[in-house]
Design a protein around this ligand. Structure first.
Ligand code: SAH
Length: 276
């Protein structure tokens, strides 16, 4: 069969970790991919289960500014180059493709090069974490909505915005904020948050290493300010976090080692058992 080039780039959400949390559509697209460009937060189990052994997998993981990772500009160029050679290129991202995923730069590069693409949603980390921790995110009488936030770049939230967030009418979810948690809690308390407001930190949600920690704002500042969390971790703050002890159904894992391990090499097929 003649292949028309350039091919198409499929941005596919791999979900938060559990290989059972990919969509059927994602699984089908992965099975017929010619090449897969995967993020760090895509576990090797997903590659082993859904990607054919003959398909090239390129790991371009980023790890919170440290370690080996491809600069964004190189990833953009790589996608364009691959689409000129292959019919089906999958850009596989952890969680959902539209939430904290750098997709904007990659889309812009494809548009500029006239490469066709599709976006395939995935289960974002907070949906996975909330479900596997038994926390109903918008429980009636507990919260009026959910805010998806990050405090990775510390200037990103203004003082007025903190005042608003500190009312806790909405559930606050912080991505990429494990190392700034202390500042988040301080900002909220300074902005008038109730000191007894509960929050959960969900480490490695939906993986066999999932571990949930429950705190109140004041307890964290007084006794846990130096707590370290295994990456990736997600923060769910607000009254709904107080429902965790009552409705959790998955015991904490005793294993707090990293489930998602940094990539070892690039441009190579990952063999079964090899780390991504
Ligand atoms: N596109 C992804 C988010 C990528 S940003 C999504 O939709 O989920 C990376 C951040 O996502 C991490 O720092 C962490 O806060 C969160 N995250 C991703 N996977 C996670 C997991 N399995 N458990 C807890 N947090 C996770």
């Amino acid at each position: 069969m003649a292949i028309t080039l350039p091919g198409k780039v499929f941005f596919v959400g791999a979900g938060p970790g559990d290989p059972g949390l990919l969509t059927v559509k994602a699984a089908k697209i992965l099975q017929s991919a010619d090449v897969v460009v995967a993020d760090r937060l895509v576990g090797e189990d997903i590659i082993a289960e859904y990607v054919n052994a003959s398909t090239q997998v390129i790991a371009v993981g980023k790890q919170g500014g440290s370690g080996a990772s491809k600069p964004q500009e190189e990833i953009n160029k790589m996608l364009v180059k691959l689409a000129k050679r292959h019919a089906s290129v999958v850009r596989l991202k952890g969680g959902d493709v539209t939430i904290f995923s750098n997709i904007l730069d990659e889309l812009a590069a494809l548009v500029a090069a006239n490469i066709p693409y599709e976006l395939v949603p995935g289960i974002t980390a907070v949906s996975g974490a909330a479900a596997y921790a038994g926390i109903p995110l918008t429980a009636r009488n507990h919260s009026t909505g959910v805010r998806i936030l990050t405090y990775y770049q510390t200037a990103a939230i203004s003082n007025e915005a903190w005042q608003e967030l500190a009312k806790f009418e909405d559930t606050l979810v912080f991505y990429m904020s494990g190392s700034t948690l202390h500042s988040i809690v301080s900002k909220l308390l300074q902005a008038g948050a109730e000191p007894t407001m509960p929050f959960a930190v969900v480490e490695q949600a939906t993986t066999p290493h999932q571990h949930v920690h429950l705190f109140t704002l004041e307890e964290f500042i007084l006794r846990q300010r130096d707590a370290q969390f295994t990456s990736p971790s997600l923060v769910i703050m607000g009254r709904v976090a107080g429902l965790y002890p009552q409705f959790s159904w998955l015991p904490n894992s005793g294993d707090r080692s990293a489930y998602f391990t940094p990539l070892q090499g690039q441009g190579q097929r990952l063999l079964a058992g090899q780390k991504l």
